[in-house]
Design a binder for this molecule. Sequence first.
Ligand SMILES: Nc1ncnc2c1ncn2[C@@H]1O[C@H](COP(=O)(O)OP(=O)(O)OP(=O)(O)O)[C@@H](O)[C@H]1O
Ligand SMILES: [Mg+2]
Length: 442
Amino acid sequence: MTQQIVELQGVGKSFRSADGTARTVLDGVDFHLAEGEIVALLGQSGSGKSTLLRIMAGLIAVDGGSVRYRGQPLYGPARGIAMVFQSFALFPWLTVQQNVELGLEARGVERKERAKRAGAAIDLIGLAGFEGALPRELSGGMRQRVGIARALVVEPEVLLMDEAFSALDVLTGERLRDDILQLWDDGAMPTKAMLVVSHNIEEAVLMADRVLIFASNPGRVRAELPITLPRPRDVDSLEVRALIDEVYKLMTVGEAPTAGRSRGQPAHMHLSDRLPDADVDRMEALLELLVDDGHDGRADLPQLAEEAELADHELLPLAKALALLGFADLADADLHLTVLGRRYVEGTHTLRQQLFGQQLLAHVPLAAHIRHSLEQAPSGELREEPFLQLLRESLDAAVAERVLRTAIEWGRYGEVFEYDFHTRLIHLPVGDALASDGTPNS
Ligand SMILES: Nc1ncnc2c1ncn2[C@@H]1O[C@H](COP(=O)(O)OP(=O)(O)OP(=O)(O)O)[C@@H](O)[C@H]1O
Ligand SMILES: [Mg+2]
């Protein structure tokens, strides 16, 4: 029988933002981590993955549901659980050895034993010979290894890794990841289970025994894909490519705003729905890529990611934005150009802007609302603050800010409205403003 180490049931968590409104970040999260497994967690930025990890480590309390560690309710930091972060705050004046010993000092381990165990963790992670070095003498990859040694030195049975490789350059990140997998597969680590949060689908598929897809707003486990292929896995093998496709599919279906829409029909959005973080130039480049190189208007996402040299978390918002605006269809892990998308790609710059503006007003209620409000305003201009306020009613402040930035960027491109970065005023485009004496010329 599989031995559960950590079990979360119906976990909920809200945060109060600066203006006092509560926002539910996690709701009804069911999750368990069993002995012997690596679980990868994928999900949008802000969906609550780091919050979930902090809850599992006992660093923050839940508002609802239960967290059990080895069958016991978890109150406060769990001794057997260690976290690895994207980047470590190493103490610059302490050597590698001293930085690693720190975790043991806090636990009252005596001096000789500390030195021995830190030395072993440093060896294990491939830093032998650097015990006396200061952090500034190390490369980014080596510093991250020190951080991992600091987590491993306490011999945690659970290791929670929060985007542990994403601050490193690609090759360094991959090497460190492969080294850790090797240690895991060789049984050289004291660790019995790992939870890995990642933005990288490939990484998740190469590492995990189970991949979980997290939904946002509120965060909860939306889908799960077990992976039984033995490690090390070959990223170019057909099996791995198929699994990556599968994860892409899981990530693109059932997530607003593309939820429940049939082909060719952009989803119905609400005023304060999140907008995908997509930059117009990149959306355009992606559309162009779809007609180039013999794609003939259709390509699968993993292939596009590779050709466009984009990471998954960069490509997905672009694909979603194109679908939202009706320029492409996103079905399974395939992106294909719509008739309108083809007109767009073949159009002049002016036609492109017109089509963009038209689609924006038709499918993004926030943009339509801003435009409508401007048309009502005698001066044709409005402060951004009330719009932010409106978004903050249902979104976290940082997300609200991002959504408004995106709407403004898209609106400017489609000449639906303009924005002044000095005054932070949104206003009608010049041609329109002149005519906005009550008879807007839209
Ligand atoms: N201590 C806190 N107080 C208030 N809000 C918080 C706090 N911690 C997290 N949040 C909010 O909770 C939401 C989820 O944050 P979290 O960091 O867990 O997301 P994430 O999935 O890890 O995102 P990313 O992929 O960007 O790391 C965000 O909207 C964030 O602003
Ligand atoms: Mg995070």
